[in-house]
Design a protein around this ligand. Structure first.
Ligand SMILES: Nc1ncnc2c1ncn2[C@@H]1O[C@H](COP(=O)(O)OP(=O)(O)OP(=O)(O)O)[C@@H](O)[C@H]1O
Ligand SMILES: [Mg+2]
Ligand SMILES: [Zn+2]
Length: 254
């Protein structure tokens, strides 16, 4: 592909490289095409400015506390392997990051989507709350169409990153909407990468957090409904980051 200022010396700007093999010639995509496609995907991905740099390269797994260090390494490895092996034909097609605030869930979710975009897949980042609020405003005819389109994109994109799943006031409409979104994607086996700091089971509710307080968060099933929860679990490998302290408060963080 040609850009306005530089023409690729390998393909002359066509985006294709011609090669000869055994008297036959074939064409394959030039690397410059792949790089430019990845750049376009990142531009359209909706990654928030706070995470513009979040990647595997700058995820720190060092921690003074050995147990927390192990959890960080495990979460990193599981995310990294998922991204490397993507697309998954047989395994679960998605990921769910579960853990307390500041554990690094969104950072790792963005790192995964970045790698997938490098591989040429389209990945879109949506905050759960924002997605629902936009969809709600879309019922207002004054600015409905564009916002409904964004929900449509969340339904249809190759990889959906859904940040802070369940972090919104529960109403019947919210439960119906999230069930619809998850069910459609699940039926089509379209990957979802979600993060949440809700808890998975009642037994976890009494657990003490890294800062020593008793967990008072809600159950995932209560916030998104049992049907959506069950499909998310069916579709996603769960990466648990319980007990990892808030990165912003780690003495070694900066
Ligand atoms: N291990 C890490 N190495 C480098 N930066 C990190 C790490 N963990 C978190 N961060 C950074 O700390 C900030 C908070 O992390 P992040 O937003 O990923 O937490 P979270 O688990 O998604 O929290 P929340 O539940 O509040 O959304 C981000 O700026 C992130 O880039
Ligand atoms: Mg987050
Ligand atoms: Zn080229």
């Amino acid at each position: 592909m040609a850009s306005a200022t530089t023409v690729c010396p390998h393909c002359g700007g066509t985006g294709w490289r011609i090669h000869e093999k055994g008297g036959l010639s074939g064409a394959e995509r030039c690397d410059c095409f792949k790089v430019q496609r990845a750049e376009r995907l990142v531009e359209a991905s909706g990654i928030p400015a706070n995470y513009a740099k979040a990647s595997f390269e700058n995820f720190i797994h060092f921690h003074h506390d050995q147990q927390q260090a192990t959890k960080l390494v495990d979460a990193f490895k599981a995310s990294y392997d998922f991204a490397e092996r993507f697309p998954h034909r047989t395994d679960k097609p998605g990921l769910l990051f579960v853990g307390p605030t500041g554990a690094g869930k969104t950072h790792l979710a963005v790192a995964v989507m970045r790698r997938l975009m490098q591989k040429g897949f389209e990945a879109l980042f949506f905050g759960y709350q924002e997605l629902l609020e936009n969809l709600k405003s879309s019922y207002d005819p004054a600015y409905g169409a564009a916002l409904r389109e964004s929900y449509q994109r969340a339904l249809e994109c190759e990889v959906l990153v859904l940040d802070d799943l369940g972090a919104y006031r529960v109403t019947d409409w919210v439960l119906d909407t999230v069930t619809h979104l998850i069910t459609v994607r699940c039926n089509e086996r379209r990957p979802v990468i979600a993060t949440t700091n809700l808890v998975e089971s009642r037994a976890d509710l009494g657990r003490r957090t890294a800062s020593g307080e008793t967990d008072t968060r809600y159950l995932l099933g209560e916030r998104i409904g049992e049907r959506a929860r069950s499909r998310v679990m069916e579709m996603c490998t769960v990466i648990r980051m319980h007990g990892v302290s808030d990165y912003r408060e780690r003495p070694s963080a900066r």
